[in-house]
Design a protein around this ligand. Sequence first.
Ligand code: ADP
Ligand code: MG
Length: 246
Amino acid sequence: MLHINDVSKQFQVPPTLALDRISATLYPHQTVAIVGPSGCGKSTLLRIVSGLDHATSGQLEWQVDNPHVALMPQNDGLFQWRTVVDNVALPLFIHKLPPATARQAALDLLAQFELDEFAHAYPDQLSGGMRSRVAFLRTMLAEPTLIALDEPFGALDSMTRAGIQRWLVSAARQRALSILLVTHDVEEAITLADRVLVMSARPGRIIADYPIDLPNRTDPNLRTDPRFLHALTSIRVALEQGAERR
Ligand code: ADP
Ligand code: MG
């Protein structure tokens, strides 16, 4: 679906080589996670893939017509002064759909995910986990080619995180979504992703590409599965090697 070919990013002020020849292929209907230490260029890569910034060298090669990436930012980006339904409908408002049509589509989506009882609440009336779900549905409503998530659950406590991770896995499977997820949480990456790409410390390079083979992602005991633990160890070792390399 998307070939990332030798993408580098050099910032001028201050002079920083953020990304160093990143190459990776993203396939449709897969969730790919990128893990790496803070400052290794994860957000920069997502911004380039989302079209919000340009690579200094290298290219993105899309294998689909009219690719569209929807980015869910590190803070959920919900507008406090808009109700949940109007937040979710935002991408359709931007695409100039009639407001009634846009709102109905948002309500339908909220109902499908059993969040319609919150439709007329404001974001600050919701728990953190609910806000994340709403922000994700807003990202999904645009029906993007690729959903890009930048440390989406960073602000949530670990119980809430585990719940929303299971929720996200089933949403991704149900809808055959294509997701690129950036996180520094290795367990989150393994729980959600079909593949985990490991980045080195800055300048960010991809130093490993692990397929994750776990059949039942929503199993509450997933984290004690030997395959989970094996992936966890391998990725941690790769991350440590990537931190030492500089
Ligand atoms: P991560 O998301 O992995 O924590 P970032 O992609 O945010 O890392 O940043 C990678 C590096 O690039 C950091 O050293 C950061 O300070 C630098 N950087 C990010 N954005 C800019 C910018 N607009 N101008 C200059 N340097 C930047
Ligand atoms: Mg970041």
